[in-house]
Design a protein around this ligand. Sequence first.
Ligand code: HEC
Ligand code: HEC
Length: 238
Amino acid sequence: MLQIIKSNVATGLALVASLTLTAAFAESDASTPYMGIVGGRIGTNIQKEREEVIKRSKPGNPVAGKEKSQLCQGCHGEFGISTNSLIPKLAGQYGGYISKQVRNYQSGTRTHQIMSAMAATVSDDDLADIAAYFAALSKMQGDGSADNKFGKKLFSNNDSTKMGLACINCHGEKGKGLEPPISAFPVLGGQHKGYIRQQLLMFREGSRTNCPNGIMNRMAGSLTDTEIESLAEYVSAQ
Ligand code: HEC
Ligand code: HEC
């Protein structure tokens, strides 16, 4: 029940924020197509937010993408926040990463019964805009409730993983992405715990192999079940 209330409140806030920002941008710069749909935090530095959003969404047009992504919104949420924990949130994910994944589903480098079929419906022309729509939304956020110290240590300290390389090096502070952003390294902070756990298990067992140079297969290959659980709990709460 609490969960339902929380998610309704979040949706409501995103809507209010997006309307507020629409008004703000309509006044300040009506020529920028990006800004009409951005669900953002009210009262933050709008100029900075705008620059960030443009970086995340390039090269597509999020306004066009909003219409084109109706089908996708059915599962991934109108504001990119899915409710099923095995369906990833896409809000604020990098456009480049979203496009790459859809192309991987299309070519069969990444497979999933549902998503492979969904990806087949997307044309090359539409993909960049759809990706830009989700990228332009306020970044996914966890509820901060899980404070998994072991997961945090594994995520952040190079000497705590058997690989000698911590997640933070590629996925950024709290999994929020690198600064400046590199779209090859997806945002993980605030993603569903169930989805993070499942992907790490798939990388480890080798049923997901679309990561460049098998980086994630090697990273996950050295993790135990307990470590995967702790990492998923820590990063999903951010
Ligand atoms: C019927 C539900 C459903 C619909 C509709 C759907 N998806 Fe998905 N999507 C999923 C599921 C489930 C996954 C996780 C698949 C996996 O584990 O590989 C996923 C994964 C993804 C991912 C990978 C995200 C990541 O973090 O790696 C992207 C990108 C994506 N979907 C984009 C889209 C786009 C674009 C559309 C519209 C054309 C779409 N999806 C429509 C269910 C759906
Ligand atoms: C050297 C860079 C690097 C390091 C270190 C790294 N990753 Fe990744 N990770 C990547 C790349 C690149 C991808 C995207 C793979 C693709 O294109 O499909 C990825 C993808 C993922 C995904 C899938 C996200 C999604 O939305 O589907 C998860 C989960 C993940 N990493 C978790 C971790 C964790 C946990 C660690 C630390 C144990 C870690 N990564 C360390 C580079 C890295």
